[in-house]
Design a binder for this molecule. Sequence first.
Ligand code: IMP
Ligand code: MG
Length: 174
Amino acid sequence: MSEKISVMISEEEVDARIAELGAKISKDYEGKTVHMICVLKGGVFFMCELAKKITVPVTMDFMSVSSYGNGTVSSGVVKIVKDLDDTIEGKDVLVVEDIIDSGRTLSYLLENLKNRKPSSLKLCTLLDKPDRRVTEVNVDYTGFEIEDKFVIGYGLDYAQKYRNLPYIGVVELD
Ligand code: IMP
Ligand code: MG
């Protein structure tokens, strides 16, 4: 079985949209420091590129979560595999994700982070598949809303591969 990749969102389009999001975030956080929290591993490419486009002070931390379940469907019970290094109490936190699918992971994570008393808590995702939503999640910044297809690239993987593609692609198996 071979894997064929087709481009869904080009590198130029992704980069342009990230620049727009960076400008909007810089405006919204004027006079503040954005404490960006990357959800590993998928969010890492997006967070780095986004951070480069933000003009207010930025600090960063990283978190890794995995959902219990049968592997293909997220169960909504999330295990924190790597927690944050620093406290977020009193900070203006911006969670940066690659994609919101069912919304289960993020709704758990946001609830967990809210309990740590940040000064504010917002969510920025590169991609959103609204048709797949099972649990409601309030998304503050979205790069692109996409149809229900399995996508790869810009941090997103298929069996841990393709994260390094500079565009968003779709895998076709034939
Ligand atoms: P959910 O919103 O809890 O269902 O899970 C979202 C997570 O599932 C994302 O952070 C991704 O790691 C993964 N995921 C969902 N859709 C895709 C996709 O199309 N490609 C790659 N990973 C995906
Ligand atoms: Mg993810």
